[in-house]
Design a protein around this ligand. Structure first.
Ligand SMILES: *Cc1c(COP(=O)(O)O)cnc(C)c1O
Length: 330
């Protein structure tokens, strides 16, 4: 459907050397389409035993897999945590797949999806490394496209992270380009999590391996609130990419993330969902990034999925002069 080949746009308000990779402009408005197109192809491929798809998601994977399943005419069941935003769910339902609400977190949805996929005819399309090999592999194309656009790998890439196959896949893509002699450096990868659920950042800071997040999840930034319960080794794979690249993992509070969602929309014209604004906020928050360093933030999903809480009440107006004065400042 035209997934990938998304724009890499300058974010001049952030820094003269900052760019946003606008994954929000994929067919279902998030980067998840890269993995979903490969998963759907794997089911259609007659050399695999698959006949249907089950997927756990906080929203964007559900929408994406549902769209590609519809297009490939594959049976698809979606498991979401109770309380998932209705904007995302109505998009899922429009694709005509079965949606089930699970009383629990994303981790509980994943564990149920894994049990369902014990039947060989079903593939678990959940967007984490432990579920299937396709998703992280598909995300390598993000690196290929950034280099095609910029001519070289940037110094840094900032990535919002739940379990992290986007960060790990993108890092792998850069490594493959370096191994092929096509780029001189592999960027330092920045893992960005929400403070209200940051198991990977916590392990980065303590030097330990990743432990599941057992405290309450206190962030509203849904797309990256993954406690990694039952598959914390996925977090270790992501952390390994961060460490090997010489990168950083950092947590941001919700207030900062929402502030940048609005700022990005009002200053750069880019409407991103909160998780995606987090990667841009990280350029500002990460002290290791020098002002002259080149950096690409992955703007992972569109703002229409989780709209900013801006004041939308229009000002009542009597005539043209008032409007004109506002525009021309008289
Ligand atoms: C899935 C998702 C993420 C997190 O990516 P992972 O690689 O799965 O951790 C970030 N932002 C958005 C908008 C997402 O949908």
């Amino acid at each position: 459907m035209g997934e990938g080949e998304t724009p890499t746009a300058a974010l001049n308000s952030v820094a003269p050397t900052a760019f946003g990779k606008l994954e929000s402009l994929n067919p279902t408005a998030s980067f998840k389409d890269r993995g979903s197109s490969v998963i759907a192809s794997s089911v259609v491929d007659e050399s695999t035993p698959y006949e249907g798809i089950v997927v756990a998601s906080t929203g964007n994977t559900a929408t994406s897999v549902a769209a590609y399943a519809a297009r490939a005419r594959i049976a698809c069941a979606v498991l979401v945590p109770q309380g998932t935003g209705t904007a995302k769910l109505s998009q899922v339902a429009a694709h005509g797949v079965s949606v089930f609400a699970v009383d629990g977190t994303f981790s509980d949805c994943f564990s149920l999806a894994d049990t369902v996929a014990e039947d060989d005819g079903l593939v678990n399309a959940t967007a984490i490394y432990s579920a299937n090999p396709y998703v992280a592999a598909a995300n390598r194309s993000v690196a290929f496209e950034i280099v095609a656009r910029l001519g070289e790998a940037p110094d840094w890439v900032t990535v919002p992270v739940g379990a992290g196959p986007l960060l790990g896949g993108t890092h792998r893509g850069f490594e493959e380009l370096a191994e092929a002699g096509l780029v001189k450096q592999v960027p330092k990868m920045v893992c960005v999590q929400a403070h209200g659920c940051h198991p990977i950042v916590r392990a980065f800071e303590t030097g330990a391996s990743v432990e599941p997040w057992d405290e309450p999840i206190t962030t509203e930034v849904g797309a990256i609130a993954d406690p990694l319960r039952g598959y914390s080794e996925d977090g270790d794979r992501t952390l390994a990419s961060v460490r090997e690249s010489g990168g950083v993992a950092l947590a941001l509070d919700d207030e900062t993330v929402f502030e940048w969602q609005t700022r990005l929309a009002s200053v750069d014209g880019v409407y991103a969902e909160p998780a995606s604004a987090a990667s841009v906020a990280a350029i500002n928050a990460c002290e290791s990034i020098e002002p002259s360093d080149s950096v690409v933030a992955l703007v992972t999903g569109h703002g229409l999925k989780e709209p900013a809480e801006t004041d939308v009440a229009p000002t009542p107006v009597a005539g043209a002069d008032e409007v004109r004065d506002t525009l021309l400042g008289e």
